[in-house]
Design a protein around this ligand. Sequence first.
Ligand SMILES: Cc1cc2nc3c(=O)[nH]c(=O)nc-3n(C[C@H](O)[C@H](O)[C@H](O)COP(=O)(O)O)c2cc1C
Length: 212
Amino acid sequence: MKDLSNYREEYTMGALDESSVPDDPLLLFDQWLEDAITAGLPEPNAMTLATVSREGKASARVLLLKEVRNGQFVFYTNYQSRKGEELKANPGASLVFLWLSLQRQVRVTGIVSKIPESESDAYFAVRPKNSQIGAVISPQSKPVKNRKEIEDAFYKVFEETKQQEIKRPKHWGGYQLHPETIEFWQGRESRLHDRILYSCKGDKWTIQRLAP
Ligand SMILES: Cc1cc2nc3c(=O)[nH]c(=O)nc-3n(C[C@H](O)[C@H](O)[C@H](O)COP(=O)(O)O)c2cc1C
C-alpha cells in the first residue's frame, strides 16, 4: 500500500468562534449547507449515517439529506434494509457531513423515527419514475443471485406500469433524526481546529468549545 504518512494539508480557510455563532445550531447548519451548495461541491447534501445493531455492532453508509424540517434531519430509504432493521432495534444514530474543500465537518447525534406516511407518499410521488421502480423492486441489503435478477424485476414493473402511477411500497419511506448534539468542526492551522458543540437540554441549546 502507498505510504500515506506524508499526506497532510494545512487548514486555513476559516474559523469558528463561540462568541459569534448563532444560538440555534440549525441556523449555522443551514448556512454551512448553503456554503457547500454555493461552492459547487458534488452532492453537498451527502452524509454518513451510522447505526448500531441490537448486538452493538456499528455500521455506516452514505445517504442524501432531503430536508431539515422542524429541526429534524429527513432522509429516505428502505425500512427493511440493514439500516432499517438496525434503527428498529436501536433508534440512536449519528450523521456526519464532510465538506472537505471547505475544511468543514458537522456531526449530529440523535434519535430516529419514521416520518408520517402521508409525507413519505408525497415525496415518493415526486421522485422520477425509474427511482420509484427501484424502490419497489429492490430488497435493499439482501443478497441477490446476480445483476440480471434485479434488472429483470425492474423491467417487469416498468412494462406493467407504463401508463400507471406507482404507489409507494410500504417498505420504503422517510426517517427523521431528532438531534441531541450537533458539532461544527472547522479546520485550522497547526491542527488547532475549532470545534463548537451544541447540546440540547429540554428545548434549549447550550454551546461548548471542544479541544481539537
Ligand atoms: C452519494 C450516495 C448517496 C446515497 N443516497 C442514498 C439514499 O438517500 N438512500 C438510500 O437508501 N441509500 C443511499 N445510498 C446507498 C447507501 O449508501 C447504502 O448502500 C444503502 O442504503 C444500503 O445500506 P444498508 O445496507 O446499510 O441499509 C447512497 C450512496 C451514496 C454513495
